[in-house]
Design a protein around this ligand. Structure first.
Ligand code: GLN
Length: 483
């Protein structure tokens, strides 16, 4: 039963082949048996899950239906869950029980989804390897010596290992797409403003966006349907109608114009990944797509701009964790300043402290123009590049990551080398565009992802293209050995 996708679960529940309660029990047992190898969960919510599963079964017995009614999922541990620990992967929030549900959590619960638990993540979503969590690193089910990607590594490892069919995640600079690529999943970062950020603990507010991680585009459509929509509680939420994503999956790709940016094929890209990217282009050509080389000339500036803007926003957002209002407080503070300093010094891990220092520096009076303002100007140039490209093509295709998953610990002494791995994903966040990563092959037994980008609010187009690709390839069906 653990092999079923969300779409298959919805059909099985509708046909009364099994109940949500039965399925939930199977998955909880599987998590108990296999998760010790992966460390993909921070908290399990067995009681809540069984209660929600029974309620979903009762709703179905009363004639209700819906693709998410009774579907087991998990939430990245930065979505606030009422009365349940919401740690953000940090010692700072180890004792924090959210007083309310995030909009995404509330919407999915209302649709009947069953929450199995809260998934592990990089501390405050800072990282590309899921090694910075206070709760320990997450392991990649494809190779337990490798990272699963980050920061949504717990959601990715759990779904890839078939502990559950799908999970929520967030993407500030690639944290949905990159772990999807590293674990052979499909992951979608929606347009900025498509999914409410209310109750999602902020990392970099102008970049953060929640979205689905699942095995197929079809399942991402189902989960996104439950997450998307206007929320008056989030001032950056956009009041734009949500299309029926599942209904759009079967559109023809005849005449679809795919742009492949020439800048993507620079020296840093593993040539074996470049070959798999081109193979995916050939596959889409067979389905009627036409391919064109395009240019994103400012892409080379994206990493420096992102690693100024994201830490700048983080330094401001994380100032609320002061030992007074939320979370961790040091023992026996001498005075108020000591309380602030030691609570933050002891509560935050090294990567978070590094980002806060970089951000505070970039925002300080003497350096604001040189760093923060400059980075914002680059951000606009990157957006302009995309706008020009989308005058010529319908989607942009390329690698999700320059390399496959690396060994645990390999980059621990060199944070910049980890930042460089984000080169293909962060531009979509800087521009606010939707992006999807889908499985496209293997290198040394490790999964490789191809990224598709589309114009604002064209999540449906991304899902359509990925679904058609998945109807004609079987990369996404491969399962890691041992799971
Ligand atoms: N790796 C990027 C960072 O560390 C992106 C993380 C994310 O998307 N949350 O900032």
């Amino acid at each position: 039963m653990h092999q079923l996708t969300l779409a298959e679960i919805a059909r099985g529940l509708a046909d009364k082949k099994f109940s949500s309660e039965e399925l939930t029990k199977v998955l909880l047992a599987r998590i108990a048996q296999l998760d010790p190898q992966l460390n993909s969960f921070i908290s399990l919510t067995e009681d809540l899950a069984l209660q929600q599963a029974k309620a979903a079964d009762a709703r179905r017995a009363n004639g209700e239906s819906g693709a998410l009614l009774g579907a087991p999922i998990a939430h990245k541990d930065l979505f606030c869950t009422q009365g349940i620990r919401t740690s953000c992967g940090s010692k700072m929030l180890d004792n924090f029980k959210a007083p309310y549900d995030a909009t995404v959590v509330a919407k999915l619960a209302a649709a009947g989804a069953v929450t199995l638990g809260k998934t592990n993540m990089d501390e405050f979503a800072m990282g590309s390897a899921n090694e910075s969590s206070y709760y320990g690193a997450v392991k990649n089910p494809w190779n337990l010596e490798c990272v699963p990607g980050g920061s949504s590594g717990g959601s990715a490892a759990a779904v890839a290992a078939r502990l559950l069919p799908a999970a929520t995640a967030t993407d500030t600079g690639g944290s949905i797409r990159q772990p999807a690529a590293f674990t052979n999943l499909t992951g979608l970062k929606p347009t900025y403003g498509r999914v409410s950020r209310w109750g999602m603990i902020a990392y970099a507010s102008s970049l953060d966006q929640g979205g689905p991680l699942a095995r197929t585009a079809e399942d991402c459509a189902i989960l996104l349907q439950g997450m998307a929509g206007f929320d008056p509680q989030d001032s950056t939420s956009i009041d734009e109608p949500v299309p029926d994503y599942s209904a759009g999956l079967n559109g023809s790709l005849q005449g679809l114009r795919i742009g492949v940016p020439k800048e993507y094929f620079s020296a840093g890209l593993d040539p074996r990944i470049a070959d798999l990217v081109m193979a995916s282009v050939e596959e889409l050509k067979k389905l009627g797509a036409v391919v064109k080389e395009i240019s994103l000339p400012n892409m080379q500036h994206a990493i420096p701009a992102y690693y100024v803007i994201a830490p700048a926003e983080a330094s401001s957002n994380l100032s609320r964790f002061d030992g007074v209002r939320f979370g961790y407080r040091c023992e026996d503070p001498k005075n108020l300043e000591d309380l602030y300093k030691r609570s933050r010094g002891e509560g935050f891990g090294p990567e978070v402290q590094r980002r806060i220092m970089v951000g505070a520096y970039a925002l300080s009076a003497g350096y604001y123009d040189a760093y923060y303002l400059k980075a914002q100007k680059i951000r606009r140039l990157i957006k302009n590049d995309f706008m020009a490209a989308f005058n010529e093509v319908d989607i942009i295709l390329g690698p999700t990551t320059p390399n496959p998953a690396w060994k645990l610990g390999a980059k621990n002494n060199d944070p910049v080398s980890e930042y460089l791995e984000d080169v293909y994903t962060i531009t979509a966040n800087l521009a606010g565009l939707p992006g999807l990563s889908m499985p496209a092959g293997f290198v040394d037994g490790l999964p490789v992802g191809v990224q598709l980008l589309a114009p604002y609010f064209q999540e449906g187009r991304l899902l359509n293209v990925a679904h058609q690709y998945q109807q004609n390839t079987d990369w996404h069906t491969r399962t890691p050995t041992g799971f």
